[in-house]
Design a binder for this molecule. Structure first.
Ligand code: ADP
Ligand code: ZN
Length: 602
């Protein structure tokens, strides 16, 4: 590792050491090599081009697909004292011209630019006259036609290499799968680039899957442990987004909706508040999220099943970019699986695409039902092995018990069979539990031999049985027939008594003792009382400072930096300078204000 890079890391960014592959990448690109960087969200991709930008002569050109976020990225750099600017359609001509002049004068270390702008003949000829340090192609998976984020302009970026063969290129993405990687290499002509592939594990994220019974209340219970934290709640439909946001707002939580049906202005305003203010909860469809680089998102909750495990990993990956403990929470029930199956079957896609989507859904359901370590399952899906169980996911912390459900399964399957395979789980449960409903009387189901034979389990336990029977292929959902349950070829083996069946017992079906003494919230590390006071004072100062400057709070200092300051209680600026995240630029700007905020609480 070159000393210059480490010196700049400490001086400019205030960080002690490189993480993971960063050092090798920085070295390689600074030395003029091309690189393809695959790193999970929060892995620290930006440093991989920002440091070479400082170490090489000329200006680094950063191609980024999201105009809305360029400004915050540039702001974060300026706060560090780095000479950065952006060029995009949100600026007026005078601003653009000033930035272009600076670029020609060599007065900028980095320029962020949207691909459309980059590819204009005017801008390209401008680049011919400016010294270029490197090209960084962020969110490189945007070249992939198969992904959600396809940007046709990305396809033309091969011209950079043709026009400036001596300028190194670094392409970065958090999308892990092999086909996308191959496509990036091919489309960006990166065959000769060195590949740097990091582990996709996110050790600071805890994964939890709960069985849905009263999802609104379950969500509220979950949120209680996260008061004052920023988070994202994903829902499948726009309607549910609106309803959930309104319900949370009514309970005093600052929750904002985000979906494609909202007016563009409202959407942008909500996103801006989420990025800039502390403690906002964004309730959103998956339209929200790409490139959200807010580092202190403390939780990502899913009220509905996502579409695939890749999607789930990407969405939950938005939590905890700052490396602090964070939570990924998913509520899941049979209804979700049925709904998604129906969406697949009724879509216009061709048979091949449907088959692919079905298998993705199965994988996801397998993840939800798994009794093993969630992290191992997730990483295994991306072709990575995790040594041993993680010890921090729900299954590791409270290993699920299993029970002999053979008899219950026989009752359930025979009830489905005797009622003609025309009904969904809710009605079957009513029959098994001997309920008196209009529907039961209407169909004469009180005279079925299975009527009332299932009073030994409560409705919630039955729901779990039906869900798992579907998940393991012993029942099938007739998507055309409004979600009616049907037997499968395998059902007979259980019905005829030849096969025993172990099912997972749902935790929390009976109130758990551990929960009544509420466990400390995993995602907010607790501070001793006096340090907590200092932390609160520092946060208040940061909030005010950010408001006055009109920038997101985290570009001033991250929570982790404020926490370290609160704990260490520096007495002099020299002490403050040794805190992680306090570089020379920030020390000069904010050092004395921080000391004042500390003095205020004594
Ligand atoms: P990515 O773009 O890969 O999602 P970022 O570049 O935004 O990740 O970095 C994630 C967080 O980690 C940022 O808050 C960044 O400041 C921090 N970070 C990156 N590298 C280091 C390092 N070497 N030491 C300490 N913090 C780091
Ligand atoms: Zn685990």
């Amino acid at each position: 590792m070159s000393d210059a890079a480490l010196a700049q890391l400490r001086h400019v960014f205030g960080y002690d050491s490189f993480r993971g592959e960063q050092a090798r990448i920085v070295d390689h690109v600074t030395g003029g090599g091309d690189a393809l960087v695959l790193m999970p969200t929060g892995g620290g991709k930006s440093l991989c081009y920002q440091l070479p930008a400082l170490l090489r002569d000329g200006t680094a050109i950063v191609i980024s697909p999201l105009i809305a976020l360029m400004q915050d990225q540039v702001e974060a750099l300026r706060q560090l004292g780095v000479r950065a600017a952006f060029l995009n359609s949100s600026q007026d001509a005078a601003e653009s011209a000033a930035t272009e002049r600076q670029l020609l004068d060599g007065a900028l270390d980095l320029v962020y630019v949207a691909p459309e702008r980059l590819l204009t003949p005017r801008f390209l000829s401008l680049l011919d006259r400016a010294p270029i340090a490197l090209f960084a192609i962020d969110e490189a998976h945007c070249v992939s036609q198969w992904g959600h984020d396809f940007r046709p302009e990305y396809r033309q970026l091969t011209m950079l290499h043709e026009r400036w063969p001596q300028v190194p290129r670094i392409a970065l993405t958090a999308t892990a799968d092999a086909p996308t990687r191959r496509e990036i290499i091919e489309r960006l002509a990166l065959e000769d680039a060195q590949q740097f592939i990091s582990s996709f594990d996110r050790p600071n994220i805890r994964y939890t899957v709960v069985q849905k019974h009263d999802s609104r209340r379950q969500l509220e219970d979950f949120l209680e442990g996260h008061a004052g934290a920023s988070g994202i709640i994903y829902c499948l439909s726009r309607r549910k987004v609106d309803a959930t946001a309104a319900a949370l707002a009514a309970r005093g939580i600052t929750a904002l909706p985000y979906h494609a049906g909202l007016d563009a202005g409202v959407r942008a305003a909500n996103q801006r508040r989420f990025l800039r203010e502390d403690g906002i909860v964004m309730v959103a469809t998956i339209a929200f999220g790409m490139g959200i680089d807010k580092p202190d998102v403390r939780f990502v909750a899913h009220m509905d099943l996502p579409k695939s495990l890749e999607g789930y990993y990407q969405e939950t990956g938005r939590a905890g970019r700052d490396g602090e403990p964070s939570e990924a929470w998913l509520a899941y029930g049979l209804g979700d699986a049925v709904l998604l199956q129906r969406m697949i079957e009724q879509s216009e896609s061709g048979e091949e695409r449907k088959r692919l989507e079905r298998s993705k859904l199965d994988t996801l359901i397998g993840y939800c039902e798994s009794t093993g370590c969630r992290r191992q399952t997730l990483l295994g899906y991306f072709g990575e092995s995790h040594p041993g169980a993680c010890g921090s996911c729900d299954n590791c912390m409270q290993p699920p018990r299993s029970w002999d459900a053979t008899v219950a399964a026989q009752k359930a399957l025979s009830c489905v069979y005797r009622s003609g395979q025309r009904f969904g789980a809710a009605h079957m449960i009513d029959v098994l539990r001997g309920a008196d409903t209009v529907k039961i009387r209407q169909h004469g189901h009180q005279s079925l031999t299975t009527y009332g034979i299932g009073t030994d389990l409560d409705a919630r336990q039955w729901r779990s049985v039906f869900r798992q029977l579907v998940a393991c292929g012993l029942l099938d959902v007739d998507v055309e027939g409004h979600g009616a349950l049907r037997l499968t070829n395998d059902s007979a083996s259980v019905l005829k008594g030849g096969r025993t069946l172990q099912l997972r017992a749902e935790p929390g079906a009976t109130p758990r003792r551990r929960d009544s003494t509420r466990r400390p919230d995993a995602s907010v590390p607790t501070l001793p009382a006096d340090a907590a006071n200092r932390f609160a004072s520092l946060r208040a100062w940061r909030g005010e400072t950010a408001r006055v400057q009109g920038v997101p709070a985290y570009v001033i200092f991250h929570d982790s930096t404020l926490r370290e300051i609160a704990l260490r209680k520096p007495r002099h600026l020299d002490d403050l300078a040794t805190v992680t995240g306090v570089g020379a630029g920030k020390l000069e700007r904010y050092g004395s204000a921080v000391m004042d905020a500390l003095a205020d609480v004594g």
